[in-house]
Design a protein around this ligand. Structure first.
Ligand code: PLP
Length: 477
């Protein structure tokens, strides 16, 4: 028990706050931290009350740690384009302008400006997506996982049929602990696993489809690949078997490429929504912020009747997107459609994901050489090296794009410590460690960030040459 004497011996909240000021978080957050710290000191009756300076020192660190959790921009030097931990697809100026104009005031989100009647949310985006997917209709929910949940829930709950036929080779786990078997269970569906991990035949599908089948599901194993004695029937064969059985065929495409990825050096092709639908799938779904390069969203495309039914499901209301996502998606879709109108122009470079993928290695090399020159006076040694960039976000795991990186052998041999300092710089720079060196891959660094990158590296070099014990706290003894 905290005694009154102990209570009196503790500094007041006000006194501590005064000593901490100014802080980088709103005052109520600071007050909360101080109160919590005092409460634990009050409760820890078997230890002496810490000195005032200790309170201040600890709290200053806690405040800083709290402030650092605020969402803020970082420079991505990992070479991983749709890095899930770094926010997946970066967004472009046109998109941000579209969001800005809609966000700053009111919009026609659900009103028809022609008829003055209540309009339909996302009509323009749905129209554009249907075109891009070569589908009768399309719609959007919050993310790819939500799209899959909606489809599974709708097709199994209340249909009287509850089995989902799926190959054992596709019972995958997506990042963030999202497992296909678990979602199926949550949706009230029952798994009907067929085939083996590496081999599933069309006979397996035909045998499994029966009176209990609600749908045939195919999940693109986006984040891994199998090689060797591997076989699976083509989409068209599975679609035909589903049709014979009178059940819908659904394909979760994962990343949903809207451009031919083989146009990008080093990438393998990914199934495109239009191709999969043409092969006979009734519905496809994919993410908005992976290969598409848009905001977080889950896109569903397919026949008009299925899309209408999904949108009438009460669950759809719980998963619907807000106006900011529609504003962002509409800019992304416009970019793809304008590019499609100019056939020879290729995919839209105004979409940063596309632009990053298509940046020639020669451009990256030229920038790397300039950066190296600029940093020579700092005393930081670095080499311009060939590197491999990846899409990330669980997309195209076996593909990598040739890239260029700055390879920096860390002063004092501690690459992790060097990376630490870069991450703690403002703005933070995220690199990677390989063969004991720090690598900064330029494919994911925007040219407009080169100057900031120079400043960050200069600052870290300076910090290291100043050589305080804190400069390299990760140093091995
Ligand atoms: C990424 C992925 C999802 C989940 O999409 P989110 O947009 O991250 O929710 C679902 N299925 C597959 C196959 C994926 O690759």
């Amino acid at each position: 028990m905290a005694t009154p004497a102990r209570q009196r011996a503790l500094p007041s909240v006000e006194r501590i706050l005064k000593a901490l000021e100014p802080f980088d978080v709103p005052r109520p957050m600071a007050v909360r931290l101080v109160r919590d710290r005092l409460a634990s000191a009050r409760g820890a009756t078997d230890t002496p009350i810490p000195a005032f300076e200790v309170f201040i020192h600890d709290l200053r660190r806690e405040l800083q740690e709290l402030a650092e959790t605020r969402l803020q921009p970082v420079i991505n030097g990992t070479g991983i384009l749709a890095h899930t931990n770094l926010g997946r697809a970066p967004l472009g100026d046109d998109l941000v302008e579209s969001v800005r104009s809609v966000a700053l005031g009111y919009s026609n989100l659900e009103i028809s400006l022609i008829h003055g009647r209540r309009g339909h949310r996302g009509a323009y985006v749905e129209h554009g997506l249907a075109l891009l997917c070569q589908a009768e209709a399309a719609t959007v929910v919050n993310n790819g996982a939500a799209a899959l949940v909606l489809i599974l829930h709708h097709l199994t709950a209340g249909s009287g049929r509850h089995e989902v036929v799926i190959s054992r080779g596709e019972l995958i786990q997506i990042g963030g602990g999202f497992r296909i078997p678990d979602i199926l269970q949550t949706s009230g569906a029952q798994l009907r696993e067929i085939g083996t991990t590496n081999q599933t035949s069309i006979q397996d599908y035909r045998r499994a489809i029966g009176t209990q089948t609600a749908l045939v599901l195919r999940v693109h194993p986006s984040n891994f690949y199998m090689e060797g004695f591997v076989d699976r029937p083509a989409d068209a064969e599975v679609a035909a078997a589903a049709k014979v059985g009178g059940v819908p065929f659904v394909v979760d495409l994962g990343s949903g490429a809207l451009m031919d990825l083989t146009a990008v050096a080093g990438l393998h092709s990914e199934p495109m929504p239009g191709q999969t639908l043409a092969a006979g799938a009734d519905l496809v779904c994919f993410s908005g912020d992976k290969l598409l390069g848009g905001p977080q969203a889950g896109i569903i495309a397919g026949s008009r009747s299925w899309i209408d039914r999904l949108k009438a499901d009460p669950l759809f209301r719980a998963l619907r997107c807000d106006k900011l996502v529609f504003a962002a998606l509409q800019a992304t879709i416009d970019a793809y459609l304008h590019a499609a109108a100019r056939r020879d122009a290729g995919p839209p470079k105004t979409v940063p994901m596309v632009n990053l993928m298509l940046t020639p290695v020669a451009d990256l090399r030229a920038r790397a050489v300039t950066l190296q020159e600029r940093l020579r006076p700092s005393g930081l040694v670095m080499e311009v090296r060939a590197s491999d960039s990846q899409i990330g976000g669980g997309v195209c795991p076996r593909s990598s794009m040739p890239s260029i990186a700055l390879r920096i052998p860390p002063p004092r041999g501690n690459a992790e410590g060097f990376l630490d300092l870069l991450r703690k710089h403002r703005p933070p720079v995220i690199g990677r460690v390989s063969d004991g060196c720090c690598w900064i891959d330029l494919r994911t660094v925007f040219p407009s960030q080169d100057e900031t990158l120079v400043c960050a590296l200069q600052a870290v070099a300076q910090e290291l040459s100043a050589g305080g014990p804190t400069a390299m706290s990760g140093d091995a003894p």
